[in-house]
Design a protein around this ligand. Structure first.
Ligand code: ARG
Length: 460
């Protein structure tokens, strides 16, 4: 057995070059798409009058046997199997005999690999929708279970204003809806049939490409064969969507790492989702979250790697394009673990309302105090300054803002009245933010409903 392209060569490929050139080590993952694509191509060749119906059936039966061998792990690779396309064709021809040699008529691995890869990415997008929807569901459950539980909200990691757990949990839900939308768009970008472009100029046999697109589930046919064999935009799009998803998971992780620390103590990770230290017996480490945060780096790296590979290329196929698959597989595998793991972590997360309450100090209500003065007619800029002085006074006296007496407040501004005590309530501060998208119970109720309505649905 020798190489499928060996005819014009007098010498064997150097063994290291063979190893360097081969992609079978990773592209065997495309076997299913490769076989599906080849069966459709055989049908296309029947339509073009190249293959007899019986010949196509024999080839298809052989390909199905190869598919079964791959699926059960029985497929026996040979040292000459360079990539999935040559391996599948080699084995199919062993099974069906010389007629197998007719399958590659009018086709090139250039349009073949682009077809296989697009089909694979489309399937990966569908899978991603399922994983995203599962995590979104977990966040909805967490939000709903403690919708109006108050905790401090932060900017610059400093106490800012009170918010609620429901609002916080849903703040990590919405980014995932944008991710889901991106993967829908990636699916659409990938859903263009390159098959029939052959090596670069288009096949010389009258194959019905509309039929091929329909048979393989593509929604469009590529309009230019030169572009079709070089276009990897869909792969870069996939990696961008994956990098963004990773970034969102990283943000959620980082926040939970802080919240689970002794200093915050707002949440406790379930034993099943944390790990211990080999040295310090007391430790319960958020490794799961740290890895999720860390893996966002490799997801960004995958995108950068592919963009760098694509940047230097002229149009049509160059072997550099073989480098397109591993970053995609890696991104898919990375999120295939990170998303379900995060969903489990959220579902088992214990909240510690008493620790949240302990941090709900009255400086979180300073804006509400300023708003109080605004409602009494003071311009906001001035009110901001007045409350600033009250905060300063409290700090000087070493007391809470609520402990500054009414006469003391009145010495700063006579607009302060008896009713000011009503401002110093977390529940009032929350209820005041009833604008849509705000943290008030009513607004949150409709936000939750909105979240339930849009939770990602698997593609087609
Ligand atoms: N293994 C190759 C790849 O992944 C298949 C296409 C090879 N085409 C070629 N003209 N050598 O890109």
């Amino acid at each position: 057995m020798s190489k499928l392209w060996g005819g014009r060569f007098a010498k064997k490929t150097d063994s290291l070059v063979h190893q360097f050139n081969a992609s079978i080590g990773f592209d065997a993952r495309l076997y299913d798409e490769d076989i599906t694509g080849s069966i459709a191509w055989a049908q296309g060749l029947v339509g073009a009058g190249v293959l007899a119906e019986q010949e196509a059936s024999a080839i298809a039966a052989g390909l199905e046997q190869v598919r079964a061998e791959f699926a059960t792990g029985a497929f026996a690779f040979t040292p000459d199997d360079e990539d999935v396309h040559t391996a599948v064709e080699r084995r199919m021809t062993e099974i069906v005999g010389p007629v197998g040699g007719k399958l590659h008529t009018g086709r090139s691995r250039n349009d073949q690999v682009a077809t296989d890869f697009r089909l694979w990415v489309m399937r990966a997008c569908d899978e991603m929708q399922v994983w995203l929807a599962n995590l979104q569901q977990a966040l909805i459950e967490s939000a709903e279970a403690n919708l109006n539980l108050p905790l401090p909200g932060y900017t610059h990691l400093q106490h800012a204003q009170p918010v609620t757990w429901g609002h916080w949990a849903l703040s990590h839900f919405w980014p995932l809806t944008r991710d889901a939308k991106r993967f829908t768009q990636v699916w659409e970008q990938a859903s263009v049939l390159p098959l029939g472009s052959a090596a670069l100029a288009g096949t010389a046999f009258p194959v019905d490409r509309e039929f091929l697109a329909w048979a393989l589930g593509f929604t469009a046919v590529s309009p230019n064969s030169l572009d079709a064999v070089s276009d990897r935009d869909f792969a870069a799009d996939f990696l961008y969507a994956a990098a963004m998803t990773g970034l969102h998971l990283s943000r959620l992780s980082e926040q939970l790492i802080l919240y689970s620390s002794s200093e915050f103590g707002f949440v406790r990770l379930d034993d099943g989702y944390s790990t211990g230290s080999s040295l310090m017996p007391q430790k319960k480490n958020p490794d799961t979250l740290e890895l999720t945060r860390g893996k966002s780096g490799r997801l960004i790296g995958n995108l950068m790697g592919l963009l760098s590979t694509l940047k230097g290329l002229p149009s049509t196929y160059d072997k550099d394009l073989q480098e397109d698959k591993e970053p995609i597989f890696d991104a898919f595998d990375t999120l295939g673990l990170a998303l379900p793991v995060m969903a489990g972590l959220i579902r088992t997360l214990q909240l510690r309302p008493e620790r949240m309450a302990a941090q709900l100090e009255s400086s979180l209500l300073a804006t509400d105090l300023a708003d109080y003065l605004v409602k009494k007619g003071m311009p906001f800029r001035q009110a901001h300054g007045v409350v600033g002085r009250a905060v300063q006074l409290a700090e000087e006296k070493g007391v809470d803002l609520t402990a500054v007496s009414l006469p003391e407040l009145q010495s700063i501004s006579e607009l302060f009245g008896e009713d000011v005590t009503a401002v110093f309530q977390i529940t009032t501060a929350l209820a005041n933010r009833s604008v849509s998208g705000g943290t008030a119970p009513d607004a949150l109720k409709s936000q939750l409903q909105q979240a339930k309505n849009v939770t990602a649905k698997p593609q087609r």
